[in-house]
Write a protein that binds this ligand. Structure first.
Ligand SMILES: [Zn+2]
Length: 369
């Protein structure tokens, strides 16, 4: 007796053969759609020429922003987790369940970031395209390994060059679902990747201004390893990768020792994490006769408020880098020309480099692939 073929989404770790897997999974859905599923239902605001062709749901804001940047007017995006929300402990509400049920496509990070949502996502993946962008975008050899239950650190967005790889995963998925938008989305994706490449270089240049002995980043939880690896900081989180387990006294003491011994100038709180552990370290350092500043608030696992520059992925990295670099004794560079439009649109209070480099104007970047 032979068993019927079962397609199972393996939980935390699926083999990542990036875009081919996305292509196959989504293609299967496109074929299903063409063979009779009532999938092309009208969107709520259909009838106008500009009505979005697809509705997409993203779990975290970083993904929602990529989908919006690539999809443009072809896609209406809803993000489940807003500012200050911690994805490690997030559970789906009744409203979320409705949004997920109604979506044409769902994008989530994977690598166990959305721990409490994994069952819901798994069930949904049987009925509609459900795409784990980080798992598909980041090849095995570029993942940060951990020795806790996670085994892979999910905070991929902290390394801009890695996160930029999610753009093509999203573009490929959306292009298969809305082929009439593929050309426009290809252009938008290329433009966004150009901005992210410039952002990556800006973070690198700005980080390099911090004196080497002060490139120590102490935060509430372990969200910054990718950032540290990419931009040259030694990283210490009081809590582990997930925020589900409480930090203990031993964790506080170990970080306090480090701050005192290495004369770390500043600690950082996070918008989605209670600041009490960082404040406990600050008090413990003071009790040993030294001062350490709270260098500011970082966006670790959630974007800032919608409608502000910190509410964009680029803004998250610009804000974090400015906060970190200045508190640790460096100085951020002027924003690159590729980010001028973004900076003007959001009225970002940072200077933008004036002169376009003539070499760039003369030789436009060649798109890969
Ligand atoms: Zn986290």
């Amino acid at each position: 007796m032979s068993e019927p073929p079962v397609v199972r989404q393996e939980k935390p770790q699926r083999p990542s053969r990036a875009p081919i897997w996305v292509g196959l999974a989504v293609l299967a859905w496109v074929i299903l759609m063409m063979t009779g599923l009532p999938f092309n239902r009208p969107s709520p605001n259909s009838g106008t020429a500009n009505a979005a062709r697809l509705t997409a749901v993203a779990t975290v804001g970083m993904i929602g922003d990529v989908v919006q940047q690539v999809g443009g007017t072809c896609v209406a995006v809803t993000t489940l987790m807003g500012p200050g929300v911690d994805p490690h402990v997030y559970r789906a509400s009744a409203t979320d369940a409705r949004e997920l049920q109604a979506a044409d496509v769902i994008f989530y990070a994977g690598l166990s970031l959305e721990g409490q949502l994994s069952e819901v996502l798994e069930r949904l993946s049987e009925r509609r395209p459900t795409v784990a962008v980080s798992e598909l975008a980041v090849p095995e050899d570029l993942r940060v390994r951990t020795d806790d239950g996670y085994s892979v650190d999910p905070h991929v967005w902290m390394d801009v060059s890695l996160w930029a790889r999610t753009v093509d995963v999203v573009r490929e998925t959306l292009s298969l679902l809305a082929p009439e938008c593929a050309t426009a989305m290809g252009a938008r994706a290329a433009s966004y990747r150009e901005q992210l490449a410039a952002l990556d270089q800006w973070v690198r240049d700005s980080a390099a201004s911090v004196p080497p002995e002060q490139r120590i980043l102490v935060t509430a939880h372990d969200a910054f390893y990718y950032y540290g690896r990419a931009y040259g900081f030694e990283v210490h989180g009081i809590q582990g990768i997930s925020t589900e387990a409480e930090a203990g006294l031993a964790d506080i003491r170990a970080v306090t020792d480090l701050v005192v011994e290495r004369e770390v100038p500043a600690l950082f709180v996070e918008t989605s994490i209670n600041p009490r552990n960082i404040e406990a370290v600050q008090a413990a350092v003071r009790a040993r006769g030294r001062e350490v500043a709270i260098g500011g608030e970082l966006f670790s696992d959630a974007l800032g408020a919608a409608g502000t520059w910190q509410g964009t992925y680029i803004g998250m990295l610009v804000h974090n880098t400015k906060t970190i670099v200045e508190a640790l004794g460096g100085r951020v560079a002027p924003l690159p020309p590729a980010l001028r439009e973004w900076a003007e649109r959001w009225q970002v209070p940072l200077p933008v480099e004036q002169a376009e480099r003539s070499a760039q104007a003369a030789a436009p970047a060649v798109e890969e692939g």
